[in-house]
Design a protein around this ligand. Structure first.
Ligand code: IMP
Ligand code: MG
Length: 182
């Protein structure tokens, strides 16, 4: 039987480590938003689903949840920089809403840089981003997320929502994929 655990070279973040990171992020986020603000967590499908579902339950302030889906043409390990919106949010009260984009990982920075500008132009009151992982060495555009769970080196990682060719999202931890599989 295929076991995706065998496709992992090493575990980068265990389930316990992820939990700790998310608790810290939640406390920071709670601290930064006033309790009168309308907060909407905007998960970027599909990679952020696992992170979003844990983060939203760790947050002790009210927040709504919505989703977007984007595609950036490229192969499985790189993105081309052309960001396409496949599923958009459709909200009635955007001018009163503070959007917090929830992303799995920031690489070139193109996806988030594009989305922040897009959502501000669409009329959101504010737009910030939280990412579980960040690979700052891979940055191609000037973009810094407000909340970063953990900075990592330039490895291709899988699990906890992150995929390689749509596989491995269901692994409960973040691991480095065996290089021979790429
Ligand atoms: P960016 O626009 O180059 O910052 O790309 C970010 C997107 O690339 C993420 O949402 C992921 O879908 C994907 N990505 C980048 N690095 C990895 C990785 O190591 N594993 C899985 N997906 C990744
Ligand atoms: Mg993604």
């Amino acid at each position: 039987m295929t076991d995706w655990n065998d496709h992992v070279e090493r575990v980068l973040l265990s389930e316990a480590e992820i939990k700790e990171i998310i608790e810290k992020l939640a406390r920071k986020i709670e601290n930064d938003y006033s309790d009168k603000e309308n907060i909407v967590l905007v998960g970027i499908l599909k990679g952020s689903v696992t992170f979003l579902s844990d983060l939203m339950r760790a947050l002790r302030i009210p927040a709504q949840v919505d989703f977007m889906r984007v595609s950036s043409y490229g192969d499985a390990t790189t993105s081309s920089g052309n960001v396409n919106i496949i599923l958009d949010i459709n909200r009635k009260n955007l001018p009163s809403e503070n959007l917090l984009i929830v992303e799995d990982i920031v690489d070139s920075g193109r996806t988030l840089k594009y989305l922040v500008t897009y959502l501000l132009n669409k009329g959101a009151k504010s737009v910030r981003t939280v990412t579980l992982l960040d690979k700052p060495d891979r940055r191609e555009v000037d973009y810094t997320p407000e909340y970063v769970g953990k900075q990592i080196e330039n490895h291709f990682v899988i699990g906890y929502g992150l995929d390689y060719g749509e596989k491995y999202r269901t692994l409960p931890y973040v691991g480095v994929i065996k290089p021979e599989l790429i």
